[in-house]
Design a protein around this ligand. Structure first.
Ligand SMILES: NC(=O)c1ccc[n+]([C@@H]2O[C@H](COP(=O)([O-])OP(=O)(O)OC[C@H]3O[C@@H](n4cnc5c(N)ncnc54)[C@H](OP(=O)(O)O)[C@@H]3O)[C@@H](O)[C@H]2O)c1
Length: 322
């Protein structure tokens, strides 16, 4: 039996990386082994991954030497950053530079970099439709990622650039699920107008990434977009209605109103949705569900994801009533 190829996975205790570690471990004949990178190897989530068969190593993406060690001896790596831990594109860019440096120093054969668009290519700073944020960004949590792509190419790291989609899990954990309005009716609120929003179960991102690693060199040097399904707000509300057995409406608000919702990062997310709405043909075109399914045959569509998460969704409903 040839030695397994080690994939070093950042964010292994989180959404994207966790999905990849579990996908690797569920396929013991697949030829890959999972190295789960965490800041806290003694934590419950890390110990659970170890019990499942992952090698667990400690590293912080803000410590370049630790990153190099974490990648040593691996065949490949899954690179992801954690924008919402600090809200700083500059920090994110420095972290990606350190990841690419570590990948080069470990001579990795295949890196998947979980990136997003640098939206300023479509909407330059001079474009008045999207307000400029922090002086030089349109969608800070996208732009820093897209701006960082070049580190991998400049350093000659064999890389697949993975464009992810909105996690449907935000309807559970991020409070975006159906809320009762002043009229007593349930509604989901998004500033997408009648345009489609590519969405995916967070767990499926890692499964798609595993599909990319399994296909060898096919996607090295390529940009690959994944989605579970591209749906309008009305279509998602109809599926929620079916699940909950009562009417859920789609409350389409303006991006300006969304930016003004007042929670941390509302301006960044308001711009993100506006970018997806205003450049919808490009954005949806870059994320294809049948291609994603070819990487991950278990890919969930929205109704399947809702059914699989009914208990958690009902939990948010009773919490909202309490
Ligand atoms: N939410 C969405 O809809 C969406 C959609 C597309 C893309 N994204 C992007 O996804 C990225 C986040 O990925 P995710 O959702 O998989 O993250 P996540 O679920 O929040 O998981 C983050 C994990 O990474 C680890 N981590 C955090 N800071 C770290 C550090 N400094 N060094 C090493 N490990 C660290 C933590 O593990 P330990 O505590 O064990 O170290 C944590 O469990 C963001 O950049 C976001 O922009 C989000």
């Amino acid at each position: 039996m040839p030695e397994k190829k080690i994939i070093a996975v950042l964010g292994a205790t989180g959404a994207q990386g966790g999905g990849l570690v579990r996908a690797i471990l569920r396929d013991p004949q697949g030829g890959f082994a999972a190295r789960a990178i965490t800041r806290n190897a003694d934590g419950e989530k890390a110990r659970e991954l170890a019990r499942m068969g992952a090698e667990v190593v400690s590293a912080d993406i803000d410590n370049p030497d630790g990153m190099k060690k974490a990648f040593e001896g691996a065949y490949g790596a899954y690179c992801v950053t954690f924008f919402w831990a600090h809200f700083s594109p500059e920090k994110e860019i420095a972290e990606v530079q350190a990841m690419a440096t570590a990948a080069k120093s470990a001579a990795l054969k295949h890196v998947i970099w979980s990136t997003l668009e640098d939206t300023r290519i479509w909407s330059p700073l001079s474009d008045p439709r999207l307000p400029t944020l922090h002086g030089k960004y349109k969608v800070p949590h996208f732009d820093g990622k897209g701006e960082s792509n070049h580190f991998f190419s400049d350093f000659g790291v064999p890389t697949t650039f993975l464009l992810t989609s909105f996690y449907w899990d935000n309807f559970i954990g991020f409070g975006m699920g159906p809320q009762r309005g002043p009229d007593g009716k349930l509604a989901i609120t998004l500033p997408m107008g009648d345009k489609k929003l590519p969405g995916i179960a967070a767990e499926d991102i890692g499964k798609c990434a595993y599909g990319i690693f399994k296909r060898g060199n096919e996607f090295i040097g390529k940009t690959v977009g994944i989605t579970g399904e591209n749906l309008t707000g009305t279509e998602m509300a109809a599926s929620f209605s079916e699940l909950l057995g009562q009417e859920v409406r789609y409350n389409s608000i303006s991006p300006e109103a969304y930016r003004g919702l007042g929670f941390p990062g509302a301006d960044d997310l308001g711009n993100m949705f506006q970018f997806k709405r205003d450049f919808n043909e490009y954005f949806c075109g870059a994320r294809d569900a049948s291609f994603s399914k070819s990487l991950n045959p278990e890919l969930q569509d929205f109704r399947t994801w809702l059914k699989n998460n009914k208990t958690a969704i009902l939990g948010t409903q009773s919490a909202a009533k309490a």
